[in-house]
Design a protein around this ligand. Structure first.
Ligand code: 6R9
Length: 654
């Protein structure tokens, strides 16, 4: 995909100014935007300080904006005190108590409208329940839940009492869950009996039990929400039903007043080497950019119905489900299931029934829904939509045009938002009432975000369309604080070059002659499968953990729906299967990886060879493997291969 995308986007010069219809109500126009850019350029810190005073209710106002004495562990608003949950809930009560905060829809069709007053009540009750379980400020709590309102309630309750949550996506396996719990040393796990997803019951409690059986000595208690109400074993003394934990709890819970730079949450993401990294985010800075981007990029307004389809297991579900919409007093949709149950019209049906005005999803979902044709979306009333967004990977111009024409009916601007788990919030994205969007480009950095493209020496590349490393040259409020428990890895991964001054995003990009950014792909061994980050190393370790596998190398190959597909080359301990094929074994290895990591990591292709192509120093020639996976002609020098005949095996020709 990346390569095809570069090819097609290089020729992309269509521009889409905001429509008249959108401009009628847009809140940020070019004059105001220019003023923001100007202020940010004049005084970066004063710019953020002013907005932080406007947008956040501080218990104790900050007097210092940025503490850089321990850079790159920057501390924003270091002497300010606030509570994130207070800013999301309590401050809405004065004017918006009866406004709907959440419209929840289960995959089976159950719908619940929850007002700000009610959400505040449930969060306070659950926060008190956490305290009863001896959870307090700084304790880690792992949340392994379906995509239901209670997942957000659990996150908000942690934020309320100063506990650090770490949400693990419900699709991750027992062993992935265990690794994350052990890394955080969490005292408490919050899970559910199960969830409804893809027409099936996801066995969350069962998987959680397996994780706890395999290790996790730090966990004392498990709170279990009853979603599916099917039978699950409860371990006495350890497991507590959510309903019991919350019974008789007071409806008021005084927020814990936190330093702005105290951690709010950890979220694990894949890196190029080793185990997943616990990305640590702060309370104050993180909240600030969750709010600013809701305003600048999503143009959030009082009457909007906002829907971000991401699961809370990913950063998008943190910033644009659990925090941003609530902190701006918005009404949002939360949907439990997948886009194709009962049929491929589900997203559009939800948009129609709940009157969604702002819709935010991933290119992989757009491509999948585009494949089933226009007839389905055309049969729904999508006239309430006014703004569309995408996130997670580059969107190919064809999918962009379809989204624009068929879903947005030419009326809705599309915001293609570039950001990362580490950046906390949108970094490079259109401002919908101003930017003339180009299909496939995330356009320009937001005010206060100093993004640039540099070469190996850290010098800015100013030649149009010349690719380089995407870096951020000034700290920004919602930036990663550290990798949990591994400050050194944080420095090595994100600040390795340029005198440790620039944040290295891990993406390559180019700027066109308009100054617009085009993301070209990762510079490391991270795959982007359906918008999810997967480390090739993680999948390789999972494969070699199988008793029959001696060695494995994993690369990505272009895939028209997922963006990238997982392609694994496997060397067995025993003989290579005859003709290089063994359907049974392939199935077993795929399931094995699914169990080790989660279904999203299952290899799409497995190819068996007697050896892997290596350089003299023993490095696997990944570039060669990528070429082969794409089915392209080999142009690399293969003379250093120990055994040239394996080339045919790698190509599936022998
Ligand atoms: C928010 C999120 C981050 C990586 C990032 C980049 C890719 C995200 C993108 C995009 C092109 C966009 N990415 N948004 N590439 N255009 N609009 O997805 O976070 O899961 O940490 O992934 O995703 O490669 O480095 P995360």
């Amino acid at each position: 995909m990346a390569q095809d995308n570069i090819e097609s986007t290089l020729h992309e010069d269509r521009q889409f100014p905001p429509s008249e219809a959108f401009l009628k109500t847009a809140s940020l126009l070019s004059e105001q935007l220019d003023a923001l850019y100007k202020k940010a350029e004049q005084d970066h810190e004063a710019f953020w300080a002013e907005i932080a005073r406007q947008e956040i209710d501080w218990k104790q106002p900050f007097t210092q904006t940025l503490d850089d004495t321990n850079a790159p562990h920057y501390r924003w608003f270091p002497d300010g005190k606030l509570n994130v949950s207070y800013n999301c809930l309590d401050r809405q009560l004065e004017k918006n108590a009866d406004k709907t905060a959440v419209i929840f829809e289960g995959e089976k069709g159950d719908v619940e409208h929850i007002s700000y007053r009610e959400l505040h009540r449930r969060v306070s009750i659950f926060a008190n329940a956490l305290k009863t379980q001896d959870i307090g400020k700084g304790d880690r709590v792992v949340i392994y839940m379906p995509m239901i309102t209670e997942a957000v309630i659990a996150m908000q309750a942690c934020a309320r009492i100063g506990a650090i949550h770490s949400v693990v996506f419900g699709g991750f396996s027992a062993s992935s869950l265990k690794d994350r719990i052990e890394d955080t040393q969490a005292k408490l796990l919050i899970t559910a009996d199960g969830g409804f997803r893809g027409g099936k019951t996801v066995e969350l409690k069962k998987t959680a039990d397996q994780a706890l059986e395999a290790g996790c000595p730090s966990v004392d208690k498990v709170i279990v929400y009853q979603r599916t109400k099917h039978d699950v074993p409860m371990q006495s003394g350890r497991d507590i039903w959510w309903s019991d934990a919350t019974a008789d709890q007071p409806e008021e819970c005084e927020p814990e007043w936190m330093d702005a730079a105290d951690p709010l949450f950890l979220l694990y993401t894949s890196g190029s080497t080793g185990k997943p990294k616990g990305i640590q985010h702060s309370c104050g800075g993180y909240l600030l950019n969750a709010i600013t981007t809701m305003r600048w990029v999503f143009d959030i307004q009082a009457t909007d119905v906002f829907w971000c389809t991401a699961d809370v297991g990913w950063i998008t579900g943190h910033t644009y489900v659990a925090y941003g919409p609530l902190a701006t007093g918005a009404t949002q949709v939360i949907y439990e299931g997948v886009p194709t149950v009962p049929d491929a019209g589900r997203f559009w049906d939800i948009c129609q029934r709940h009157g969604v005005t702002i819709f935010y999803t991933a290119p992989t979902a757009i491509r999948a829904l585009m494949k089933v044709g226009d007839e389905i979306p055309n049969s729904y009333d999508l006239s309430k939509l006014r703004l569309l967004g995408t996130v997670g990977e580059p969107i190919n111009p064809e999918a962009w045009m379809w989204y624009h024409n068929v879903i947005g009916q030419g009326r809705c601007p599309i915001v293609d938002t570039w950001w990362q788990t580490e950046t906390g919030a949108h970094m490079i994205a259109p401002v919908p009432g101003v930017t003339h969007a180009k299909p496939g480009s995330c356009t320009r950095p937001l005010p206060g975000i100093d993004a640039a493209i540099v070469n190996d020496e850290g010098e800015e590349i100013t030649t149009a369309n010349q690719g380089g490393y995407l870096v951020i040259r000034k700290p920004w409020p919602s930036m990663i604080q550290t990798i949990w428990g591994d400050d050194q890895r944080y420095k090595d991964t994100y600040w390795p070059y340029f005198g440790g001054k620039y944040y290295l995003a891990g993406d390559s990009a180019r700027r066109d002659d308009n100054g617009f950014f085009w993301i070209m792909g990762r510079i490391d061994d991270v795959l982007n499968v359906s918008g999810h980050r997967l480390g090739t190393m993680e999948i390789e370790s999972a494969l070699v953990a199988h008793p029959l596998v001696a060695e494995a190398a994993v690369v990505g190959r272009p895939h028209d729906v997922k963006g990238e597909a997982v392609f694994a080359y496997v060397v067995l301990k025993g003989d290579r299967p005859e003709g290089g094929e063994d359907e049974e074994l392939t199935k077993e290895l795929r399931n094995w990886v699914g169990e080790q990591i989660g279904p999203i990591a299952k290899p799409d292709d497995i190819r068996y060879s007697d050896n892997l192509p290596k350089t003299r120093s023993g490095k696997i020639m990944r570039r060669l493997l990528r070429t082969i996976a794409k089915g392209e002609e080999i142009t690399q020098d293969t003379s250093t291969l120990e055994n040239e005949s394996i080339l045919l095996q790698l190509q599936g020709k022998a």
